[in-house]
Design a protein around this ligand. Structure first.
Ligand code: SF4
Length: 370
């Protein structure tokens, strides 16, 4: 059986971005030591459901905000509490405003070998709209600091589909990102999440989002430009400079490999059951402080639910869905032929694999075979 993935949710940010719906708060100094101790307690209590881990992903929130000593004690504590494989991909998400050469060197010394940097844009107007703490120049400085500290596996996160953004300004951002030769790029379309300041601005008419055809144009341009630079479009929003640069950790989510999530709001899958933790930091701390587990809910997917998940996730990746899964759908061959004729799917090695146009409509492909 494949090794499991370990995700740790760091629920702290310096400030809240107006488009963000992730579980995070701004009380870092006050809560971080208790959070670290509780993550280690949760690791010890959950360890029995999993085998060996070959990924550690510190996500959030803003893990790069954490004090070096606190982070080092967390990483050391996790290595003591859980069994790790010899070769572990260890990722930290960071905001460019927090990355210095010293901090990057400290991360290397802790054994972290991959950084996912939330650049979002190389255009200062875009960054202001997104409410980010950093300017484009800081993103460039952070990338240089990471390289200087010896990180070769760096991913850059970008966002497209901003109001007022043009294909020309987006191409400039892509080209600036490419100039740093990142191993990995994640390019997300901006979505309006319910109950965020952005959602309120859109509903009040203060912000007008681009329509679907604009998003499509950004998506196709992104795929085309990155493919021309040697990146493999291996998931709807993810691009790797060769197969070894794909995110080993995220691949577990997309291929139904077990993963353990620690921290408020974290999700887990042990191969049969899924569960997710309570969302708030304080309720999560309270449950662990009382000696229990912070689980909000658990479910055991039926065989049919599992099949639907395989469809939903498989059509989002370049490995697609095996034909035996599709055969459970009445009329599957006619549906497949129609999608192939429309240029959304190709059949290769017994799998239905989405084309770039297919990745664009991955949800519709899954529904077609549901
Ligand atoms: S830094 Fe990231 S997690 Fe924190 S508020 Fe902004 S988008 Fe959300």
């Amino acid at each position: 059986m494949a090794d499991s993935g370990l995700y740790v949710h760091v629920p702290f940010c310096a400030s809240k971005c107006p488009y963000c719906a992730f579980a995070s708060c701004t009380r870092l100094g006050h809560l971080a030591p208790a959070w670290r101790d509780a993550v280690l307690a949760e690791a010890r209590r959950r360890a029995g459901s999993f085998g060996t881990f070959d990924t550690l992903y510190l996500g959030g929130g803003t893990p790069g905000l954490l004090d070096d000593d606190l982070l080092a004690s967390l990483v050391t504590g996790l290595r003591r509490a859980l069994p790790f494989a010899r070769d572990v991909e260890s990722t930290i998400e960071a905001n460019p405003a927090d990355v210095t050469r010293d901090r990057a060197s400290a991360w290397r010394a802790m054994g972290l070998d991959r950084v996912s940097l939330g650049v979002q844009s190389f255009d200062d107007d875009d960054l202001r709209f997104l409410g980010r703490r950093h300017a484009a120049s800081q993103a460039a400085a952070a990338l240089q600091a990471l390289r200087g500290a010896g990180f070769t596996n760096v991913g850059i996160d970008l966002i497209y589909g901003l109001p007022g953004q043009t294909l020309a300004t987006w191409r400039d951002t892509l080209d600036r990102a490419l100039s740093f030769g990142p191993a990995h790029l994640s390019c997300y379309g901006l979505t309006v999440e319910p109950r965020t300041p952005l959602a309120r601005s859109v509903h009040a008419g203060r912000v007008v989002m681009p329509d679907e055809s604009r998003f499509e144009a950004f998506f196709l341009e992104t795929s085309r430009r990155l493919a021309a630079s040697g990146y493999v479009h291996y998931e709807v929003s993810n691009f790797a400079l060769g197969p070894r640069s794909a995110s080993r950790h995220n691949d577990k989510y997309w291929h139904h490999v077990p993963y353990l999530g620690l921290g408020p709001s974290a999700h887990s899958f042990d191969g049969a059951r899924r569960w997710w933790n309570v969302r708030g930091v304080e309720p999560w701390l309270r449950r662990l402080g009382q000696g229990g587990l912070p689980t909000a809910a658990t479910e055991r997917p039926t065989a049919e639910q599992h099949r639907l998940e395989v469809l939903a996730v498989g059509f989002r990746t370049s490995s697609g869905v095996g034909l035996p899964i599709l055969r459970a759908t009445p009329g599957w061959q006619a549906i497949l032929d129609a999608q192939v004729a429309d240029g959304r799917l190709e059949v290769a090695d017994g799998r239905a694999v989405p084309t770039v146009r297919g990745l664009l409509v991955a949800d519709a492909l899954a529904r077609a075979f549901a």
